[in-house]
Write a protein that binds this ligand. Structure first.
Ligand code: ADP
Ligand code: MG
Length: 349
């Protein structure tokens, strides 16, 4: 059966800088998943599966976004993906991870933990309560300047080849996959990888992510009970392999606005190019299936890695993030149009 992409919207609060500058709030939640953008020459309403406005807590986003169901589907063997999308500084990393600024001795405030840590906790809790024997491992990659790099392997970052096979689709060769059993272990992998991620400071965000990051949890079932259907021992049972992938996209940005030049502007161009490729794939996928033409997944590494989540057998949640500020109006409208289009995309899990 076909399933639609689930798209929810998060509007972050105005930042101190925006308030100090006297920016107006141009985005208003109307309730029931509707949001209105009203400014001098614009008045538009958009609808989503859910809208979280500035007052929404991290917990409310976790509870209302359908994240729990996604974790459960991954445990049942599906390929599940959640990706955060939006302009630089719109709250993508905050939504997925929360502030990671605390040091090792000072753990992050529990109330501010993002979708990722909450999902990890729920996954481990479910495994325990179901009494299921699941083997867990994690991989963490970034796409920086169109190169795929491993965030978990030690040593200087080196580019990994991205390949395609009939059975696996697009996959990354030689990526490290680290086994884990506890919440502490996976959170520490997340921290370790995030610290290695490429970020730079620029005018819009002091810790702007300059790469797309993909953290994947592999959930393999270890069949322990005997399999009556096959009348053989445990090893004969077919095993399920689910995945839960979190994608923190680098933000779209206008190079002029960020005051970037040299290396920074090269990064921005490669970010923008891959986001454009993603947008292009989404527009084509949003057409009815009968009208599909060729979907150009091969246009960027990002679209290759997301091919299954977007047009294949995955189940996908998209969290569109926006700023409510008048200053970000054009980027906000573009995110909203993009996200609305994504609601028409279907997959066949
Ligand atoms: P992005 O990853 O989209 O570039 P960030 O997640 O880094 O953006 O957020 C930019 C800034 O806004 C950060 O300082 C972050 O703490 C703050 N922020 C984002 N969303 C929220 C929110 N919902 N509540 C409070 N602060 C937020
Ligand atoms: Mg970010």
């Amino acid at each position: 059966r076909e399933t639609r992409l689930r798209v929810v919207l998060r509007v972050r609060p105005l930042t101190c800088t925006e308030t100090r500058r006297g920016d107006r709030r141009v985005v208003h939640s109307l309730g029931d998943g509707a949001v209105q953008v009203s400014a001098a020459r614009h008045d538009a309403t958009f609808g989503f599966s859910a809208v979280f406005d500035a007052g929404a807590s991290q917990e409310a986003v976790f509870e209302g976004s359908g994240m729990r169901q996604l974790v459960e589907m991954a445990m049942d063997g599906f390929s599940c993906t959640v990706f955060a999308f939006g302009q630089t500084g719109s709250g993508k990393t905050y939504t997925l991870m929360g502030p990671l600024t605390q040091s090792e001795t000072q753990p992050a405030t529990p109330a501010l933990l993002g979708l990722m840590q909450r999902s990890f906790a729920y996954l481990l809790e479910q495994i325990q309560s179901r009494g299921s024997e699941l083997a867990l491992s994690a991989s963490y990659l970034e796409i920086y300047n169109e190169q795929v790099r491993d965030l978990l392997s030690s040593g200087p970052p080196c580019a990994l080849p991205l390949r395609w096979s009939k059975t696996r689709g697009f996959y990354v060769e030689n990526q490290l996959s680290v086994d884990f059993e506890s919440l502490e272990a996976i959170v520490s992998l997340l921290l370790q990888g995030s610290q290695r991620r490429r970020t730079s400071a620029h005018a819009l965000n002091r810790h702007s992510s300059r790469s797309h990051a993909l953290l994947t949890i592999h959930i393999g079932s270890r069949a322990v009970s005997t399999c009556p259907a096959l009348g053989r021992g445990p090893s004969a049972c077919p095993s399920k392999q689910g995945t839960l992938c979190f994608v923190d996209l680098a933000g779209s940005e206008r190079v002029k606005e960020t005051g970037s030049s040299g290396e920074l502007s090269m990064e921005a161009n490669s970010i923008n190019r891959s986001l454009l490729a993603l947008g292009h794939c989404i527009s084509l996928l949003a057409k009815p299936r009968g009208k599909w033409t060729h979907i150009p997944y091969r246009d960027s590494k990002l679209t290759r890695l997301l091919a299954r989540s977007l047009g294949g057998s995955g189940i996908t949640l998209m969290v569109a993030c926006i700023s409510p500020s008048s200053h970000c109006l054009s980027e906000t409208l573009s995110t909203l149009h993009y996200a609305s289009r994504a609601r028409r995309v279907t997959t066949r899990p």
